[in-house]
Write a protein that binds this ligand. Structure first.
Ligand code: NG1
Ligand code: MG
Length: 503
């Protein structure tokens, strides 16, 4: 963990003084509703925010560094402990999420049915992660009953990681319920990353890291290899001021139903690209132990380490892009049979090893373009960070143009090499660039959801107006002005997960 990131989350005695008035009302409403629903006050509130990824898309699960920031939208869980019980009652302030009740088993795993797209699964995943962490430490499951009321403001399926906000808030609430007085941030991130996979998405660690470690006013440079580190990074102080605008396509991407043909498929394509590169380049077997995020599938970061040239980071990534182009030559992809033959195995074994825990639906696997995307995106993150590090002594307009260009290239690579954009995301980005954005790209997994834009303050209105006229009013003519207004958010970097004691 980087030195400038505090290592523990302690329990605050009161809820935050610094809450804005609108947030205060929301917290008070949550606590009042809690009292009404359960007939007793909540003991504490666990909070974890969503995040927006500024650059570094679809590379966290290959263990390359990313630059996200926590947003102010978050997930709150008000909790009351019920001593002597092992029943969990879970309700949501929004009636569209039905109330659920379940029991924590004394032995064995807490069951999560990942085939069902069910909101309580995210609570269970955080709880299960917390149970497993403590079981590993003291060998027993601590029985605990909880009454919970949830309130989330991160839109779901929008690429702002409502899922990680929920899982992290749940893991934190559960650890405290099971008697933890102090929660190590790094433990919380690691358990939440592994836990979220119980919901059926083979995700990387960016979202949970940003949600737990977020710092007000800073983006984070997050690295996963060889261990999790997070450094706050500042953007240049400019005049006019710099803003990040997040614009939602209002097209939702549901990774749980489409995982086998998009997100989980991409993870498998990258993993197999790594295996086949290693084989064809005689890099030797990639290490078989579990990676730093508990993922046993070995990926493109291992190829990076195994490839012999001891070049500086940027040059090595450039060399890997060239090697990928000359080694993975099939532009129309590889079949299971072709991949099995290259790896000296059979199709059944290939499927068992790489496509069973998270099932995949595909005929051809596009190893070449996925690997080129990952190496080139990792390169863009490195360049982005280097630009920010040097920004204080350079002309800010040049820096902003260069940062923006990297964001634009990232979007193009997501669209053309990773095939994770959609026409709506492309349109929001091109409208914003025309209206004065320095850089515009999809954010999060893609295939819908949100886009992020680096815009000088004096262009914000023009960009918003362009979207309103050319995108929202045209594509959603029946939508209320309020809903359209809510689809665009100017966000400042927010703070990370925290627990507030109420009583
Ligand atoms: P979203 O879809 O925004 O939650 C997902 C992954 C991330 C990362 C991005 C793509 C989950 C929980 N998170 O984010 O780990 O891989 O896609 O960069 O699935
Ligand atoms: Mg998510």
């Amino acid at each position: 963990m980087s030195e400038n990131v505090p290592q523990v989350l302690s329990v605050a005695e009161i809820y935050p003084e610094a809450l804005q008035e609108s947030q205060k009302q929301r917290w008070e409403h949550l606590l009042a509703k809690f009292q009404e629903l359960y007939g007793a006050p909540a003991d504490y509130i666990s909070r974890s925010p969503g995040r927006v990824n500024i650059i570094g898309e679809h590379i966290d699960y290959m263990l390359y560094s990313v630059i996200p920031m926590a947003v102010t939208a978050d997930f709150l869980l008000a909790v009351r402990l019920v001593p002597g019980s092992s029943t969990v009652k879970l309700a949501n302030v929004l009636p569209k999420f039905p109330t659920r009740e379940f029991t924590i088993p004394t032995t064995g795993d807490l069951e999560i049915d990942a085939t069902q797209h069910e909101w309580s699964n995210y609570f269970k995943s955080g709880l299960r992660g917390a149970i497993e962490l403590l079981q590993k430490r003291d060998g027993t499951t601590r029985q605990v009953g909880m009454e919970i009321l949830a309130d989330g403001t991160v839109p779901s399926g929008a690429g702002l990681s409502s899922s990680a906000a929920f899982t992290c808030a749940s893991a934190l609430a559960s650890l405290v319920a099971m008697g933890e007085k102090i929660v190590n941030q790094k433990d919380l991130v690691n358990l939440a990353v592994v836990a979220e996979r119980y919901v059926g998405v083979n995700s990387g660690g960016m979202d949970q890291s940003a949600s737990v470690l977020g710092q007000a006013g800073s983006a984070l440079y997050i690295s996963f290899h060889p261990a999790l580190t997070a450094q706050p990074i500042a953007f240049p102080t400019t005049s006019p001021e710099l803003t990040f605008i997040i614009a939602d396509t209002l097209v939702t991407a549901d990774k749980h139903t489409t995982g086998p043909i998009n997100y989980n498929l991409r993870v498998v394509e990258c993993t197999l690209a790594a295996q086949i590169l290693a084989k064809k380049l005689n890099l030797g077997a990639l290490p078989a132990d579990a990676g730093p995020l508990g993922n046993t599938l070995k990926g493109l970061m291992d190829v990076y380490y195994a490839s012999s040239a001891s070049l500086p980071l940027e040059q090595k990534l450039e060399a890997l892009i060239d090697l990928t182009k000359s080694t993975l030559t099939q532009e129309d992809g590889y079949t299971r049979e072709e991949m099995a033959a290259i790896l000296d195995t059979n199709v059944d074994e290939l499927v068992r090893r790489y496509m069973t825990r998270f099932p995949i639906r595909a005929e051809r696997f596009n190893l070449r373009s996925r690997a080129i995307h990952v190496f080139s995106e990792a390169l863009r993150v490195t360049r982005f960070q280097a630009l920010l590090a040097s920004s204080s002594n350079s002309n800010s307009d040049t820096i902003l143009t260069q940062l923006g260009a990297l964001m634009n290239e990232s979007h193009d690579s997501c669209r053309d090499l990773y095939n994770c954009s959609c026409p709506e995301l492309d349109e929001l980005c091109s409208l914003a660039r025309k209206a004065g954005s320095y850089g515009s790209r999809l954010t999060g997994a893609g295939w819908g959801g949100c886009s992020v834009h680096l815009v000088p303050q004096d262009k914000v209105e023009a960009v918003k107006e362009a979207w309103k006229k050319e995108y929202y009013e045209k594509n959603f003519p029946d939508m209320s002005a309020e809903k359209i207004e809510g689809a665009v958010v100017v966000s400042k970097p927010g703070s990370g997960a925290v627990l507030f004691k109420v009583t």
